[in-house]
Design a protein around this ligand. Structure first.
Ligand code: GLU
Length: 437
């Protein structure tokens, strides 16, 4: 039987990291096993659903590269073995009604006021979760497990019922979802048994905690997937980072492309312990991905950020961008990392400037400029040799001149390799900045 997984978000807020991780794990499992990944929108709570939230799910998943085989706008209905024509729960009421009739025929429903309750089978129910292991709920203890409402007095069905019906109808083989649903699962098994069907396999993935140990909430920084693109993250880095929330490769390796993740992913390697969300780690992962991509791709991705800061895309943009590729963690850091290479009016770091001006080796800068002025060729090596010979002539070490030279050229204490700076600025601008410092 071919693997079929699903992501079943409720469109009530934005797509958050926890939801994206659920989507990713289901997607990875389906892709790894050559199965299908289904997107189902659990939009039965009309009062809380919004069009923006629905759009945020689509946008977030597309940005992350998580395509679905069946779901809204995919025409998946044609490939689906189910009779349904919709992947929106709000449009599947006739299907739920039919299943409700089945439970009625099986004598498992009874009226309680205007609501309808499902009669639990009074026996222990044990589930074998692929991550959490065996979990048993003893339904003989009626006071702890009262029969559950499946249809409310207003005629609407509860989450447990529609969720189970859809998993059966859509022939889902593996339900991978957050641990907050673990204790719901025995209820789902009760319903499935009463409907005379076989349950899917379940894998409940660990909670995500903030670095301080508190449960991550929708308001925490980094919670909204939609914020990541404008904060300068690469989608493949975010996917990689999200994969590491509760899963590890069981090796020292942590940096993976989506294709590598498909190859490595397994449910067995999901941790039981809660995952720690650390945005600094995400920035580090981002830096690793920036280092891995081609300079062309990096230049393209960085361009909108550079333009947003009103910096011109100069003729030597490719060389400028290459100089900082291994230096930045986020695309948003690119403008401030390259501005001094592009304009003469970039903001300076006052502290670094003051420190360099107070450095006795700054006295050699005019001499260095004079020496460089005599050079007929210009390259990183030639410029560095010039520093070495001026240092030597003054009884200093070349390294001692590097700091004032860097600050004179860039206005800051850190930045790209000085050799790159010499080449990109060219001889004339290098001399001018050394002289005017
Ligand atoms: N709509 C439910 C949620 O977002 C789906 C739970 C499930 O995956 O079964 O929590």
């Amino acid at each position: 039987m071919s693997v079929r997984t699903r992501f079943a978000p409720s469109p009530t807020g934005y797509l958050h990291v926890g939801g994206a991780r659920t989507a990713l794990f289901n997607w990875l499992y389906a892709r790894k096993h050559g199965g299908q990944f289904i997107l189902r929108i659990e939009d039965t709570d009309a009062a809380r659903n919004t069009e923006e939230a629905r759009q945020a799910i689509f946008d977030g998943m597309s940005w992350l590269g998580l395509d679905w085989d069946e779901g809204p706008d995919s025409g998946g209905d044609l490939r689906s073995p189910s009779s349904s024509s919709s992947y929106y729960q709000s449009q599947r009421k006739p299907i739920y009604d039919a299943y409700f009739e089945k439970l009625l025929a099986a004598d498992r429903l009874y009226k309680d006021g205007d609501a309808t309750r499902f009669r639990f089978d009074r026996k222990p129910i044990t589930m074998h979760d692929l991550v959490c292991g065996e979990v048993t709920i003893d339904y003989r203890d009626e006071s702890n497990t009262p029969d559950m409402v499946v249809k409310r007095s207003d005629g609407s069905y509860v989450f447990h019922f529609v969720n189970v019906v859809d998993d059966l109808e859509m022939k889902i083989t593996h339900v991978i979802r957050g641990e907050d649903h673990l204790m719901n699962t025995p209820k789902h098994l009760q319903l499935i048994e009463a409907l005379g069907s076989q349950p899917p396999q379940y894998a409940h993935i660990p909670l995500i905690l903030n670095p301080d140990g508190s449960k991550m909430s929708k308001r925490d920084a980094g919670a909204a997937v939609g914020d990541y693109p404008r904060q300068g993250f690469l989608s493949e880095a975010v996917v990689n980072f999200i994969a590491l929330l509760g899963w590890s490769s069981k090796s020292d390796e942590e940096i993976f492309t989506l294709t590598e993740l498909i190859d490595r992913f397994s449910l067995e390697a999901i941790n039981r312990a809660p995952a720690r969300f650390d945005i600094e780690k995400c920035k580090w992962v981002n830096q690793q991905h920036i280092a891995k991509i081609s300079t062309e791709k990096f230049a393209d991705l960085a361009k909108p950020f550079v333009e947003a800061e009103k910096l011109p895309i100069t003729e030597n943009y490719a060389a400028v961008i290459a100089a900082v590729k291994e230096k930045v963690r986020l695309l948003t850091e690119v403008p401030a990392a390259i501005d001094f290479l592009i304009t003469d009016t970039a903001a300076q770091d006052a502290e670094a400037v003051a420190k360099a001006k107070g450095n006795p080796n700054s006295a050699f800068l005019p001499m260095l400029a004079d020496h460089m002025a005599t050079l007929t060729d210009w390259s990183a090596d030639i410029a560095k040799e010039a520093i070495a010979s001026v240092a030597q002539a003054n009884g200093a070490k070349p390294g001692q001149l590097m700091f004032p030279v860097r600050v004179a050229l860039s206005g800051r204490a850190h930045g790209p390799d000085l050799g790159d700076v010499f080449v990109i600025l060219g001889k004339e601008r290098t001399l001018a900045r050394l002289r005017s410092f």
